[in-house]
Design a protein around this ligand. Structure first.
Ligand SMILES: [Zn+2]
Length: 171
């Protein structure tokens, strides 16, 4: 070992944000990056988002962090042949107040989808024409504001903790 000095001032490790619970409200953030990917196994399309915390002690922190992305299925089928549940997609569109166009009535809006209870499930409907139509997404989501419900997990084969995003919520 050569003789050298090293400064403790230059060592830091990011602390994870606390798990969202009654004592820790969802954290304010905005979309900082977006891309689309296709599942290698099924070719199902996915929207992938990264966020940046925009207030409080953790301001500027990227989530989910370590280069990770929040994945939202946007169509296609599982390996089992079932259609993917797109609830997360439509809840995220509403939370971000992102613009969308209904293929049935042609209306473009940022309004919330209607949720209609049918027996034990909710159907998502266009608020203008009340149909379960295809939705076309318009424009970038970068910069859109939201709150994030967070959890904490250990990284694979490691003791390092990282945040996971459980849900994107409206601001
Ligand atoms: Zn419509």
């Amino acid at each position: 070992m050569p003789q050298l000095t090293a400064s403790l001032e230059n060592a830091e490790q990011f602390a994870t944000l606390p798990k969202t619970d009654p004592n820790n409200p969802p954290v304010s953030a905005r979309v900082s990056a977006e891309k689309t990917e296709f599942s290698k196994k099924t070719q199902a399309p996915m929207i992938c988002l990264q966020f940046q915390v925009d207030s409080g002690d953790y301001i500027g922190r990227e989530l989910p962090g370590y280069g990770g992305w929040y994945y939202i299925m946007a169509g296609g089928k599982r390996e089992s042949g079932e259609y993917h549940d797109l609830r997360r997609l439509f809840d995220t569109i509403n939370a971000l107040r992102a613009e969308w166009t209904c293929s049935s009535c042609g209306e473009t809006s940022t309004d919330n989808f209607l949720k209609e209870k049918v027996k034990a499930t909710y159907h998502y409907l266009c608020p203008k024409c009340s149909r379960r139509a295809d939705v076309k997404l318009d424009g970038s989501w970068v910069g859109k504001e939201c709150r994030l419900r967070l959890d904490v997990e250990k990284m694979q084969n490691s003791d390092i903790e990282r945040n996971t995003i459980e849900a994107v919520l409206p601001r």
